[in-house]
Write a protein that binds this ligand. Structure first.
Ligand code: AP5
Length: 221
């Protein structure tokens, strides 16, 4: 299964991708997570990306494309993958088309996750992530889950943190970038007949089931 999850910041891309990864046994390739890891490790790529990320702007295409190519070529991506946060503009989508053509494979679907803006602001302000295992929590809504009573990760006991770009000013900038650069991908993929809309407010399991069913050629409920 080869799919792309598309949606504004906080739509639930990472949450759904982690679940699909477990159910389908395919890698979750999240450009934002990989970039944050590079920043943490202080690599050349991380140093170049950091300032863009802090401002909530897109990192230059060639840096991200190289990093994604490496993941897509890895043996674990042979059976499929879930792309989360990539592509994020038309040049990246064209690059991906060319790359997949070269590999002789194609996407099974691009899933646009629909969530109202006020709900997204609420979700992002309550999002907490485990420093150790990456599990996602929400301290306001408890969806997909609340942290442990002592405020630590319910999976591994690790410390939870709030992302630096989850502050109101940077969230606004990320939204603007989404509307200007990423939203045109909706038409791009619609014209190619591979776009599916998914209601992102019906609970994680419902959305995940629908994505998997549609990606496998099933009917919409
Ligand atoms: P990235 O990490 O990709 O951030 P983003 O797109 O802003 O997306 P988020 O990770 O914030 O949201 P999400 O949709 O994954 O939501 P989540 O599942 O966590 O990118 C960060 C930065 O990296 C960018 O600003 C840019 O600088 C750079 N970058 C990344 N990719 C790039 C690229 N391709 N090109 C250039 N630059 C790039 O969910 C959010 C919250 O909602 C959680 O608390 C969760 O528990 C809750 N939630 C999820 N689903 C539900 C539900 N169904 N109901 C209720 N709550 C839910």
């Amino acid at each position: 299964m080869r799919i792309v999850l598309l949606g504004p910041p906080g739509a639930g891309k990472g949450t759904y991708a982690e679940r699909i990864k477990v159910l389908e046994g395919i890698p979750h390739i999240a450009s934002g997570d990989i970039l944050r890891e590079e920043v943490k490790k202080g690599t050349e790529l991380g140093k170049k990306a950091q300032a863009y990320m802090e401002r909530g702007e897109l990192v230059p295409d060639e840096l991200v494309e190289e990093m994604i190519a490496e993941r897509l070529k890895s043996p674990e991506a042979e059976r499929g993958f879930i792309l989360d946060g990539f592509p994020r503009n038309i040049p990246q989508a064209e690059w991906l088309d060319k790359f997949l053509n070269g590999e002789g494979v194609k996407l099974d679907g691009v899933f646009q996750i629909l969530v109202p803006e006020e709900e997204i602001v609420r979700r992002l302000s309550g999002r907490r992530i485990c420093r150790q295992c990456g599990a996602i929590y929400n301290i306001h809504t408890g969806i997909p889950r609340f942290p442990r009573e002592d405020g630590r990760c319910a999976e591994c006991g690790g410390e939870l943190y709030q992302r630096e770009d989850d502050n109101p000013e940077v969230i606004r900038r990320r939204f603007k970038e989404y509307e200007e650069q990423t939203a045109p991908l909706i038409d791009y993929y619609r014209k190619r007949g591979c776009l599916f809309e998914v209601n992102g407010t019906r609970g994680v399991e419902n959305a995940v089931e629908e994505i998997i069913r549609l990606a496998k050629g099933g009917e919409r409920e």
